[in-house]
Design a binder for this molecule. Structure first.
Ligand code: HSE
Length: 305
């Protein structure tokens, strides 16, 4: 018997919550198929859509899956097919979807299934292979769905934040490569106190705005004093694209995770469509390839389909 799952793409950081916030995108994601086997451990039998390692120890799904199978002392293994729809290196949680999908899929075979927090912990092991450090801001929303906040790692805790019903998202993926490791390496190790204060205010405002659903505060909170000013130089035409988002009454624009994708939020779908159309035209006129996606912010987490 096989189980097929959907694992969504995700946007990490969301400007004000570096390494802390993330949300799942609706309708954009990978599919994975699982079969229980007598042979222990993960065997990857098929990968479509992307060229990725088939060896379990070199593949984020294999690493995350094996970490979980070992931790629960499973007396079985799994064969996994990975059907990638999320482009690798796009910055919308491609590796996280595979890592989160692996643990979510394996969980379906357990008599005593693990909870979302435990699943996130093992998915992070796979994420570490791709990005060089264990962080949960993509894998958590991929597993929980909606918007999540990583409150810390010791103790490790995830808060599922209230949904934002009326927010539309546009994703723009210029075809350039940015390695997460490099995008982290360019960040300063120390930040000015004034920037740290501004960032704390923004993140706190973001969380408060969701509990109250205060649209104005929500919009004001989506700023980044710490990371985007350093990373934006890695993304061609970032400022022009941001200008396009403002011109079209969008409420926020920023880098999705470590890029190169950018996300744009709006209260009206038409604003996102205009943002995407104009931004795509800008990239094409500059001879750059770009993908664009229109989505919603309240995507469900991993699920059996
Ligand atoms: N929070 C991470 C970063 C997400 O921005 O480096 C990318 O994996």
């Amino acid at each position: 018997k096989s189980i097929k799952i959907f694992c969504p793409a995700t946007v990490a950081n969301v400007n004000c919550g570096f390494d802390a916030l993330g949300f799942a995108l609706e309708g954009i994601g990978d599919e994975m198929v699982f079969r229980k086997t007598k042979t222990k451990g993960v065997t990857i039998t098929k990968i479509t859509g992307e060229k990725l390692p088939m060896e379990a120890h070199e593949n984020v799904a294999g690493v995350a899956g094996n970490a979980m199978l070992e931790a629960v002392s499973a007396d079985f293994g799994v064969e996994i097919e990975i059907h990638k729809k999320i482009r690798s290196g796009s910055g919308i949680g491609s590796s996280s979807a595979s890592a989160a999908g692996a643990v979510f899929g394996i969980n379906q075979f357990l008599e005593n299934p693990l909870n979302n927090l435990e699943l996130t912990r093992y998915a992070m092991k796979g994420e570490a292979l791709a990005s060089g450090n264990e962080h949960a801001d993509n894998v958590a929303p991929c597993i929980y769905g909606g918007t999540t906040l990583v409150t810390g790692y010791d103790p490790f805790k995830i808060i599922a934040l209230p949904p934002m019903d009326t927010v539309y998202v546009g994703i723009l993926h210029p075809h350039i490569t940015i390695k997460t490791k490099e995008a982290r390496a360019i960040l300063p190790k120390q930040v000015p106190l004034a920037d740290a204060i501004a960032q704390s205010q923004s993140l706190a405002s973001f969380v408060a705005s969701l509990y109250e659903w205060d649209k104005e505060l929500f919009q004001e909170s989506l700023k980044d004093a710490l990371v985007t000013p350093h990373r934006k130089q890695l993304i061609p035409h970032f400022d022009e694209v941001k200008h396009i988002s403002e011109k079209n009454s969008c409420i926020a624009h920023g880098i999705s995770g470590s890029g190169p994708s950018m996300f744009c939020l709006a209260f009206a779908e038409a604003d996102i469509e205009n943002y995407l159309t104009e931004s795509v035209a800008l990239y094409i006129s500059n001879g750059l390839k770009v993908d664009s996606y229109s989505s919603r912010i309240n995507g469900e987490g991993c699920r059996v389909i």
